[in-house]
Write a protein that binds this ligand. Structure first.
Ligand SMILES: [Zn+2]
Length: 176
């Protein structure tokens, strides 16, 4: 498999926050397809000759975002990367989808990724009541997103919507 086959590569372009990205363009049946990919991710994908998985991010081992040498790049899961980069995590107050009581989700709750079941619940009791109601009525509720902010040393923060694929992270340009 060739990574980004048929794409024309523009860049890397330097952003204000010193991170780089590339623009990839190809035409399919006369339609222009454009993707923006972070440069280190692009380099890693070329290096491995595969696309990164949703949960894989590229980390600069020495902490210098400008040092994109392949020896300085490693793959971390999103939570590993967030833990490494962040000084502290700001967890929002959310409301229980069953009783609407406001509460602060525990680390175990907000770090649960890829969970598609309903939530968050303030307690086991609410989660149990919900489960019982689903059995009786068949009506399910959607999981509500929990927005967690990771503050890093340079005070750039990274916004994360936990339990959802982190498309809106401010540190990585999203695919377009
Ligand atoms: Zn509740």
């Amino acid at each position: 498999m060739k990574v980004y086959e048929d794409f024309k590569v523009y860049g890397p372009y330097l952003r204000k926050d010193k991170r780089k990205h590339v623009c990839l363009v190809k035409y399919e049946k006369g339609k222009k397809i454009k993707k923006t990919v972070s440069y280190p991710k692009f380099l890693m994908e070329q290096h491995l000759n595969r696309y990164l998985l949703e949960d894989e991010t590229v980390d600069h081992i020495n902490g210098n975002f400008e040092d994109d040498r392949i020896e300085n790049l490693q793959i971390l899961t999103r939570s590993e990367n967030a833990n490494k980069a962040s000084v502290y995590v700001e967890v929002p107050i959310v409301s229980c989808i069953w009783c609407r009581t406001e509460f602060k989700p525990s680390r175990a709750q907000y770090e649960k990724r890829g969970v598609t079941r309903a939530g968050p619940f303030c307690s086991r009791s609410c989660s149990g009541k919900y489960g019982k109601s689903v059995q009786e009525t068949g009506i399910t509720l959607d999981r509500e997103k929990v927005e967690v902010l990771h503050y890093s040393y340079n005070n750039n923060y990274k916004k994360e919507y936990v339990n959802f694929y982190n498309k809106e992270s401010l540190c990585e340009p999203e695919m377009q």
